[in-house]
Structures are given as structure tokens and as C-alpha cells.
Design a protein around this ligand. Structure first.
Ligand code: 13P
Length: 251
């Protein structure tokens, strides 16, 4: 049985005091619940250190939304894996479609970032997903296969056990359009099969594959009931403690 993992990707939202508010609210709500899943929050860089202090006695784990693959040096504006570690991060989201499309990240760059994260002791949440145009032209599986194969290139079996994959169809992100449970399940099963062929049955069966794209408290239950959906990567609905809690309760 795979444990469900619910992660909140705050994106570029919440300044320091808004972050303190949201984390405090979540910590107190979660302390009243019997939680049966892993919960991760990924605030912006500027709130990580403070979030880490507020999460000290909580079950909630801390993640970042991006990092650069170099160790240190003249990379103005970038943040390294060891900097993230020093703020208390355990996880880092890599390959998000917004990074791919707005910031031009390629599969090769994402692969380097995944390797660096693993080397530094961070656990990657590796995102893949097709655009609407790709889905409509019937190439969803080809795109997912390329992203998975290139993103995981030269990553060992031991390291693969530390990776979470998130399937986020680009057309479902922030649009209110969720993939149907069947559409999502089909791609999740495809990803699991791919990981089985690249690694082993055991690694594939233990792999956590999250779904992301307009997950809300009222659709979380049916999505999370699918055989190969092991959690959610939540955007908009994680910015309010109540709706994020609704998704956590569904899990
Ligand atoms: P929304 O939940 O706002 O669609 O965002 C999903 C996402 O991109 C999480 O990484």
C-alpha cells in the first residue's frame, strides 16, 4: 500500500506575514486531525526559513519550488540545493510546467537539477505533463515518455526510490478544468509502466505519483480513489488553509 502524499505548491504567492498566517493556520488545523497521509508545503524562497521554524513540532514537511543545479558561484538570482537544505527543506519541486514554458527549462536542465537535488539530500517532486494541443493531437504518451526518460536519465535505482513524480496536465493547471479521473489514471498507469520498464517492478510499485491540476476538496476524493493516483500537487486550493485541509482529509 502506497501512502498518499499531498503537497501544496504556493507558487509566487504570500509574503512573509501571509506565509506565517497560512502555516500557523495549517499547523493548528492539522494538530486536531488524525492525518493519514504525508503533507508537504512549498512556500516561496523568502518564506522557507520562517516556515521551517513554524513547522518544528508539526507533521508538515517543507519543500521548495525550484533550485539551480550548480553548487555556488556567479549565478545571479539563483538558489542552490545546499541553500535549500540549510533552510530545512526536505523536498524540491522540479520541472514544473511553469518552469518549462515560462522559463524555458529543458528536459536536460531538469535532469541536471534532479541529480543535484539527490546528491544534496533533497527529495525531488518531478513534474511532467502535456499541453492541450499535445493532448488533442494524440501525442500525450509520447510527450510524457520523453519527459520521464530524459528527466530520469542516468539516475540510479537507489536514487529513483527517493523521487516523487507529479503528473500535471498543463491544460488543467489553474484553469478549473480537471482531468477526468479516468484520463488521469490512464497517464498515471502509463508512467508506472514506464518506470517499471526503466527500473523494476518493485520500484514502479512503490513510486508515488501525484496528480496536479485544479485539485479541490470536492474532486480530491474521486481522483485519489484511482488505483495509480497516490496524492496531489495542489496550486490554487492550497492557498487557503480550509481548502487545503479539505484535500488532506480526502486523502
Ligand atoms: P492548480 O491547482 O492551481 O491548478 O495548480 C496546480 C499546480 O500547478 C501545482 O503545481
Amino acid at each position: 500500500m502506497r501512502r498518499k502524499v499531498i503537497a501544496g505548491n504556493w507558487k509566487m504567492n504570500n509574503d512573509l506575514s501571509e506565509s506565517q498566517n497560512l502555516i500557523s493556520h495549517l499547523v493548528s488545523s492539522l494538530s486536531k486531525e488524525k492525518v493519514n497521509c504525508d503533507v508537504i508545503v512549498c512556500p516561496p524562497f523568502t518564506s522557507l526559513s520562517e516556515a521551517n521554524s513554524l513547522l518544528k513540532n508539526s507533521v508538515i514537511k517543507l519543500g521548495a519550488q525550484n533550485m539551480y543545479f550548480e553548487e555556488s558561484g556567479a549565478f545571479t538570482g539563483e538558489i542552490s540545493a545546499s541553500m535549500l537544505k540549510s533552510t530545512g527543506c526536505e523536498y524540491v519541486i522540479l520541472g514544473h510546467s511553469e518552469r518549462r514554458t515560462i522559463f524555458g527549462e529543458t528536459d536536460q536542465v531538469i535532469n541536471k537539477k534532479i541529480k543535484k537535488a539527490l546528491q544534496s539530500g533533497l527529495l525531488p517532486i518531478f513534474c511532467v505533463g502535456e499541453t492541450l494541443q499535445e493532448r488533442e493531437s494524440g501525442v500525450t504518451n509520447d510527450i510524457i515518455k520523453r519527459q520521464v526518460v530524459e528527466g530520469l536519465k542516468d539516475i540510479s535505482s537507489d536514487d529513483m526510490k527517493k523521487i516523487i513524480v507529479a503528473y500535471e496536465p498543463v491544460w488543467a493547471i489553474g484553469t478549473g478544468k480537471t482531468a477526468t479521473p479516468q484520463q488521469a489514471e490512464d497517464v498515471h498507469a502509463f508512467i508506472r509502466g514506464l518506470v517499471k520498464s526503466l527500473y523494476s517492478n518493485e520500484i514502479a510499485e512503490n513510486l508515488i505519483i501525484q496528480y496536479g491540476g485544479s485539485v479541490k476538496p470536492d474532486n480530491a476524493n474521486v481522483l485519489l480513489s484511482q488505483a495509480d493516483i497516490d496524492g496531489a500537487l495542489v496550486g490554487g486550493a492550497c492557498l487557503k488553509a480550509d481548502s487545503f485541509m479539505g484535500i488532506i482529509k480526502a486523502a
